[in-house]
Design a protein around this ligand. Structure first.
Ligand SMILES: *Cc1c(COP(=O)(O)O)cnc(C)c1O
Length: 384
């Protein structure tokens, strides 16, 4: 079944008694036992809740994995996965990583004796060079933030298999609609479902999918033990969002491609980072492994003064963090999403004082272009 069909089916046949077309929100903490030593299959909602289960089964199907898990946030999902490791273990990690993940690794898990090396995971050689005897996993973003570098998931998964490392892919920016890392050999996918999967900037959630049933058992043990599970209301919202994932993504990508070429031709834009542009370093690689190029754009303006103008003078486009929703958002990574990354690392990565990031939504693209146009024009008039 095509993934866009599969997504619409999530939770659809859950309640045969009433025939309800959407899964009910099972707002219950506990479940009555039918007899001594008997269970309906549900005992307590941390261990399992039907609404959450519909979401977990849904994401597992979309990703082609054995089992899915839903958490209270993307960070809670990543935290849970790091519990797979022990003091002294080493992980190789994408260097231009989501700022919150970097903070979690360096400021929290580092204290518990995990070691991290940050490399450009779009280079297989850099990853291979970072291997150590205690390396246990690779944690890679399929499309990085904010510079949209592309990782070769197939090649990295092969390397992981040879060295018996876990290959964990944060696939938030592409979603299973555009890229299925487990099909390419990865072991685990993780998502901030707060972004494209829920898709409406209205809920915080995280998802994990494991390919192998035994590994899934271990992750279930951790999810139930640690308990950062997603509540039934939010599980329902994520399911509702996921049903339209394919139409949103199609429109968002179409808009992003048009905006990227428009920005490229603008006189006060110095550089556009969008993997859909033929000149982007990851263009061919992404074309070979994904269904599309996503809807995130980073661009550099010619003058730092333009940054504030664009953030504050755009009217349709909101100056806000986060991404992946139906609304177009603009942000300034240096001060916002990536403030926790050390200044010298930011400089090396190219996260500078002229770099802006757009999460392109589903609006009419001409309205978006007109909005940026009028904001650029305000700087030219000196009104910023
Ligand atoms: C947002 C994000 C996260 C964190 O997810 P939350 O739902 O905000 O906790 C992790 N990875 C990536 C790539 C993200 O964009």
């Amino acid at each position: 079944m095509h993934i866009s069909t599969e997504a619409v089916q999530i939770g659809l046949d859950w309640d045969s008694r009433t025939g309800a077309v959407t899964v009910p929100i099972y707002q219950t903490a506990t479940f009555r036992h039918p007899g001594l030593g008997q269970s309906t299959g549900y005992d307590y909602s941390r261990s399992g809740n039907p609404t959450r289960q519909a979401l977990e089964e849904g994401i597992a199907r979309l990703d082609g994995g054995a089992r899915g898990f839903a958490y209270a946030s993307g960070m809670a999902a990543i935290t849970n996965l790091l519990m797979l490791f022990q003091r002294g273990d080493h992980l190789i990690v994408t260097e231009d990583l989501y700022g919150g993940t970097y903070r979690l690794f360096e400021q929290i898990f580092h204290q518990y004796g995990l070691e991290f090396t940050y490399v450009d995971t779009s280079s297989l050689d850099e990853v291979a060079a970072a291997l150590k005897p205690n390396t246990k996993a690779l944690f890679v973003e399929s499309l990085t933030n904010p510079l949209l570098k592309v990782a070769d998931i197939r090649a990295l998964s092969n390397l992981c298999r040879e060295r018996q490392l876990l290959c964990i892919v944060d696939n938030t920016f592409l979603t299973p609609y555009l890229l299925r890392p487990l099909d390419l050999g990865a072991d685990i996918t993780v998502y901030s479902a707060s972004k494209y999967l829920a898709g409406h900037n209205d809920t915080i959630a995280g998802l994990v999918v494991a390919k192998d049933p035994q590994l899934a058992e271990r992750i279930y043990f951790l999810q139930n033990s640690v308990g950062a599970v997603l509540g039934p209301q939010d599980s329902w919202l994520v399911i509702r969002g996921m049903k339209t994932l394919s139409v949103r993504m199609d429109r968002q990508q179409e808009n992003a491609a048009a905006l990227a070429s428009w920005l490229e031709g603008h006189p006060t834009v110095a550089k556009v980072h969008y993997p859909g542009l033929a000149g982007h370093a990851g263009h061919d690689l992404l074309k070979g492994q994904a269904r599309g190029f996503g809807a995130m754009i980073a661009f550099e303006v010619t003058d730092p003064a333009l940054v504030e103008t664009l953030l504050l003078k755009t009217r349709l486009i909101s100056f806000a963090e986060s991404l992946g929703g139906v609304e177009t958002l603009i942000t300034f990574p240096e001060l916002q999403t990536h403030a926790d990354i050390k200044a010298e690392i930011r400089a090396r990565l190219g996260i500078n004082n002229v770099l802006l990031r757009l999460s392109v939504g589903i609006e009419d693209v001409n309205d978006l272009i007109a909005d940026l146009e009028q904001a650029f024009a305000q700087e030219e008039k000196g009104e910023a």
